[in-house]
Design a protein around this ligand. Structure first.
Ligand code: PAF
Length: 288
C-alpha cells in the first residue's frame, strides 16, 4: 500500500488508474481502525478494482467542547491493518492541506433537515463538518463507490442525501455494524471505556433490541404502537444500567422523522454517555 499526504500525489495515482480503465472505491476514516473499518475495505473490494482509504481527523466535525487533541492517533497500526486488508492507496493529509485558509474562511456543505435532530442537535455543526469533509474527499478521490458504516446511521443518511442533492456520481454503500460478542458496536470511542463501563455498555444495544421486538410484536398483533412510550421505557432501562441516555427515538428509516403508524421501515436511533465515552447505536426494524 502506498501512503501519500499531498493532493497532487493522490490525484496522479487515481488518474493513472482511470487511464487504465480501473474503477475506484473509497473508504474515508479518522483512523484508530478496528474490525468495523476493515469490513468497509472488504465491502469496497466487492465493488471496484482499486481501494483508496483516507485517515484524517477532521477538525470541522468536532464541537468546541469535544477533545480533538486527544482523539486516538495510531497511524503505524492503521497502515498495517489497511495493508493487510488489501488497500491500494492511503491518503493522510494534514489539516493545512485540507483547510489552507483555516476553518473560519472555509466554504461548507450543509444538508438540511436530516442533519438537524439526534446527533445534529447534540453536536451542533457536526454534520456540516462531516458533509464538508466528505464532499472535499469525494472531489479529491473521485471514487465510483464509497463505503460507510451503518453504526453512524444518521451520517450515512446525510451523505446519501448530499450525493443526491448535489448530483455526485458516486454510489454510497452502507455496511452493517460489527459488534463485540456482548453486542456492543465497535467504535474508536470504546477505547475510553473502563472495564466496569464496558460491562454495562451493551445495555444500549440490548434495549434497542427489546424495543425492536416490542414494535414488531405490536405490528404483528395489529395493535397501535406507542413509539414514544416504548422509547421512554428503553431509555429508562439504559439509564438504570448506569449509562446516561442522550436521545432514543423511533424514526422513519429514510427521512428520520418521528415514526408514525403507517411507517413500515423504521430505525431506532440512540446515543448514551458511558463514563467519558458517548456511544451511539441504532437498529433497523422492517415491519413489512
Ligand atoms: O465516520 C467517520 O469516521 C467520519 O465521520 C468520516 C466519514 C471519515 C468523516 O470525517
Amino acid at each position: 500500500m502506498k501512503t501519500v499526504s499531498q493532493i497532487s500525489e493522490l490525484r496522479a495515482q487515481v488518474k493513472t488508474w482511470r487511464q487504465q480503465g480501473l474503477t475506484v472505491a473509497f473508504v474515508p476514516t479518522m483512523g484508530n481502525l478496528h474490525a468495523g473499518h476493515i469490513s468497509l475495505v472488504a465491502e469496497a473490494h466487492k465493488h471496484a478494482d482499486k481501494i483508496v482509504a483516507s485517515i484524517f481527523v477532521n477538525p470541522m466535525q468536532f464541537g468546541v467542547n469535544e477533545d480533538i487533541e486527544n482523539y486516538p492517533r495510531t497511524m503505524i497500526n492503521d497502515q498495517q491493518k489497511l495493508t493487510a486488508a488489501g488497500t491500494d492507496l492511503l491518503f493522510t493529509p494534514s489539516p493545512d492541506i485540507i483547510y489552507p485558509k483555516g476553518l473560519a474562511k472555509q466554504s461548507f456543505v450543509e444538508v438540511p433537515n436530516i442533519s438537524d435532530g439526534y446527533c445534529g442537535e447534540s453536536r451542533p455543526g457536526h454534520f456540516r463538518g462531516v458533509a464538508t469533509i466528505v464532499c472535499k474527499l469525494f472531489n479529491l478521490v473521485q471514487p465510483d463507490v464509497a463505503c460507510f458504516g451503518l453504526k453512524d446511521y444518521q451520517q450515512v443518511q446525510v451523505i446519501q442525501r448530499m450525493v443526491v442533492d448535489l448530483s455526485m456520481p458516486i454510489t454510497i454503500m452502507p455496511v452493517a455494524t460489527i459488534r463485540e460478542e456482548s453486542g456492543l458496536a465497535l467504535s474508536s470511542r470504546n477505547g475510553y471505556l473502563t472495564a466496569e463501563e464496558k460491562a454495562i455498555a451493551p445495555a444500549l444495544h440490548q434495549s434497542l433490541h427489546w424495543l425492536g421486538e416490542q414494535i414488531s410484536a405490536g405490528y404483528a398483533q395489529q395493535d397501535s404502537i406507542d413509539f414514544i412510550g416504548l422509547a421512554k421505557q428503553a431509555a429508562k432501562t439504559i439509564n438504570d444500567a448506569g449509562l446516561h441516555t442522550d436521545y432514543l427515538h423511533v424514526c422513519h428509516a429514510q427521512t428520520l422523522q418521528p415514526a408514525s403508524e403507517d411507517d413500515t421501515q423504521l430505525v431506532i436511533l440512540a446515543a448514551a454517555h458511558c463514563g467519558k465515552a458517548r456511544l451511539i447505536d441504532n437498529l433497523q426494524v422492517k415491519l413489512a
